[in-house]
Design a protein around this ligand. Structure first.
Ligand SMILES: [Zn+2]
Length: 226
């Protein structure tokens, strides 16, 4: 039986009352889709570190990725994770481990043959006041740009504006995780661990769940545009 999930546009879906929502709706057959959720870093590669909490980016990425995957799974999407533990994917810790880790992620994505790849990271910046969520895509990949903008728009409406006074554009660049696959891919930098307020917020399960939910809503908006 086809499973149709009714989406509330802008900030969509199930449980939307938690975060507030608008009430325009459209149907998307979610069980048609397969999505890879990639939690960045892991193992000895902890990524950036919280300026106040000393939280590791790798641990927070995993928690947000799992929360996002759960929203997608509940909607009927086939979800593949690149990692579900704190370990990296590089095997033995020896020279070239970072590239082995990236290639292992690429191999997981290739065999999952997904419609979309979303990679979860956290940011840092030399100016501590910089905060909020920024989404990145591979230069020249139009569908990746559309996906990134769909997610960025949700954050600009619901998270970035109250915090930073302005939204961000989806940012282009050169990223292995986006260029190693042909399907639309983006990297969501879910906040700045160099900003004390973002760092403290990301220390709470409630805020991480909110971030996961908005990424989910952005993915839904993208799927409705296809
Ligand atoms: Zn990172």
């Amino acid at each position: 039986m086809k499973r149709v999930v009714w989406i509330l546009l802008i900030v969509s879906v199930i449980g939307a009352s938690t975060w507030g929502c608008d009430s325009v709706s459209s149907g998307v057959e979610m069980d048609r889709y397969s999505i890879v959720v990639d939690a960045g870093h892991g193992g000895v590669d902890s990524g950036t570190i919280g300026v106040v909490t000393s939280n590791k980016e790798s641990d927070l990425n995993l928690l947000i990725a799992n929360a996002l995957g759960e929203y997608l799974r509940q909607a009927g999407v086939k979800v593949t994770y690149t990692r579900q533990t704190k370990e990296g994917l590089y095997g033995e810790l020896s020279s070239g481990f970072k590239m082995r880790d990236m290639q292992a992620r690429r191999d997981i994505i290739t065999s999952a043959n997904p419609d979309i790849v979303v990679s979860i990271h956290l940011n840092k910046f030399a100016i501590p006041s910089r905060r909020g969520v920024q989404v990145y895509y591979q230069t020249g990949r139009d569908r990746g740009e559309t996906l990134a903008s769909s997610i960025q728009d949700i954050f600009n409406t619901h998270v970035n504006l109250p915090q930073s006074g302005r939204g961000y554009e989806a940012q282009r660049g050169d990223f292995y995780m986006c260029r190693c696959v042909s399907v639309p891919a983006c990297i969501v930098e879910c906040g700045f661990l160099s900003n004390p307020d973002d760092d403290r917020l990301l220390d709470t399960a409630e805020y991480r769940d909110k971030i996961a939910y908005y990424i989910y809503a952005g993915i839904m908006n993208y799927l409705m545009k296809r």
